[in-house]
Design a protein around this ligand. Structure first.
Ligand code: NAI
Length: 472
């Protein structure tokens, strides 16, 4: 006999745990099913983001940044010391501790909100029944008036580069036991740049092979240009238009053969990180006859409100259309819980921020200049360099700029593009301005603290109207 719930969520990652907790806050009886195990072999909630994504990568980015700064920035401040050393085991241990703290935190939140956690693989059956194959081999049945599918995504594996000891995805690259002398990366996307940066800062010789001829095509072209220049200075060897066709594991390392404008070439590396995108983790999620449809890429088909078209069945996060970002999943999870409760839940896709946590950081929201031109939208642009911002120079982080794009007639903010120190935080000025339908003039007339990095946003907004004070 299936236990009855108001809401059964499959997946305890960012989208799923937000949905579960919000539904419980709204007075519903909620169950959340998750199959993942932590490094210690015990159930670990929080999904890719908390276990092997956003949080652990930021822990390693921060550790490696401290190490890099000791070599490259501290001297500028007059701080000297004997040769700094990195103990990879301690660094990884710190990361694991942070992961445990946060995955355990979700379990505690479930307890506090009376969300029943079921640990095992969940499958949707017809009639909104979810079967859970638990880790001890037993199966339980849960029936939900509503079921929310939040199964997340998996790394795409290339047929000629199977994951193993030497060829890894993000999971493996977060757990190297020593700094690989030579690290190859396939894909100059978000994961390639972030994890490539981590190991480069610690001393790896990093070569990134990117199939596309343009570097970071999704970002504003000027932002990508500054980022490419800074990454090159740091020693990241990014090769564009490089189509990898073969890998071979030999005694001296992984031989990676690719073709670019110069013809066929081979690099030899100790470890190879493959990060060419992710796909929806929908394999085995749906039993026959549920009526839930998958598209050609295995994503669950949903409408604008994350409804699958099957009564009471919803889907959120990486397993549905839209950017594969934890915070997009957060918002969809909350919105669906609120819709189920009869409240007006919604997610504004136009104002979802993007951040790449490299050094400098990259961040953006809204349209790029390239998109506005293609759409024929008249716009004005104002930008301001961090090199002219006192706080950035005092921090020895003068690289980058902020660019504000506003409609040429209404002055409404249409996009904000940033590259520089801490822009992962600054981008939210753009998000707020766009959500509140603000103008560049609104941003320019808001008093910003001096000295602060946010002055670059203020002056970029002033530059839209050619009145930036600190710009010659
Ligand atoms: P991605 O989509 O960001 O980048 C993949 C890159 O690989 C692209 O530039 C693509 O052109 C290239 N590529 C594809 N096939 C290739 C091939 N055969 N040879 C060479 N290059 C090839 O995907 P990534 O980095 O794997 O990240 C996956 C997802 O995780 C993304 O959706 C991303 O948004 C998300 N993520 C977000 C983070 C953040 O918000 N900071 C951090 C890490 C991941």
């Amino acid at each position: 006999m299936a236990e009855q719930f108001d809401v059964v969520v499959i997946g305890g990652g960012p989208a799923g745990y937000h949905a579960a907790i919000r539904a419980a806050q709204l007075g519903m009886k909620v169950a959340c099913v998750d199959a993942a195990l932590g490094k210690d072999g015990k159930p670990a909630l929080g999904g890719t983001c908390l276990r092997v994504g956003c949080i652990p990568s930021k822990a390693l980015l921060d550790s490696s940044r401290q190490f890099w700064n000791m070599h490259h920035i501290f001297g500028e401040h007059g701080i000297g010391f004997d040769k700094p050393k990195i103990d990879v085991g301690t660094m990884i241990g710190r990361k694991d501790k942070i992961v445990k703290q946060f995955t355990g935190g979700i379990a505690a939140l479930f307890k506090a909100n009376k969300v029943a956690a079921y640990y095992g693989f969940g499958q949707l059956q017809p009639g909104n029944v979810v079967t859970v194959k638990q880790h001890d081999g037993s199966t339980v049945e849960l029936k939900g008036t509503n079921v929310i599918l939040a199964a997340g995504s998996d790394s795409i594996e290339l047929p000629f580069a199977k994951f193993g000891e030497h060829i890894v995805d993000n999971v493996g690259a977060l757990d190297f036991d020593k700094v690989p002398k030579r690290l190859g990366v396939i894909g100059a996307g978000v994961i390639g740049l972030e994890l490539g940066s981590v190991w480069n800062r610690l001393g790896s010789q990093v070569t990134i092979l990117e199939a596309l001829p343009t570097f970071l095509a999704a970002a504003d072209a000027e932002v990508s240009k500054v980022a490419a220049r800074e990454f090159k200075k740091q020693g990241l060897d990014i090769r564009l238009g490089a189509k990898v066709g073969k890998t071979e594991i030999k005694k001296d390392g992984v031989h990676v053969t690719y073709t670019d404008a110069k013809g066929e070439q081979t690099i030899v590396v100790d470890k190879l990180l493959v990060c060419v995108g992710r796909r929806a983790a929908t394999k085995g999620l749906l039993a026959e006859g549920t009526g839930v449809k998958l598209d050609a890429r295995g994503m669950i088909e949903v409408d604008a409100h994350c409804h699958t078209g099957v009564d009471g069945v919803w889907a959120v996060g990486d397993c549905v259309r839209g950017p594969m970002l934890a915070h997009k999943g957060f918002e969809e999870g909350i919105a669906v819980a609120e819709l189920i409760a009869g409240l007006p839940g919604h997610v504004d896709f136009e104002t979802i921020p993007w951040v790449i946590y490299t050094e400098p950081e990259l961040a953006w929201v809204g349209k790029t200049e390239e998109q506005l031109k293609a759409e024929g939208v008249p716009y004005k642009a104002g930008s301001f360099p961090f090199a002219a911002v006192g706080r950035a120079v005092a921090m020895a982080e003068p690289a980058g700029f902020v660019k504000v794009l506003a409609h040429a007639e209404s002055d409404r903010v249409l996009g904000m593009h940033l590259v520089g120190a801490n822009v992962s935080e600054l981008v939210h000025e753009g998000v707020l301005a766009m959500e509140f339908k603000g103008s560049a003039d609104d941003l320019a007339r808001i008093c910003h603290a001096h000295p602060s990095l946010s002055e670059a946003v203020h002056d970029a907004a002033m530059a839209v109207h050619k009145r930036a004070i600190h710009k010659a």
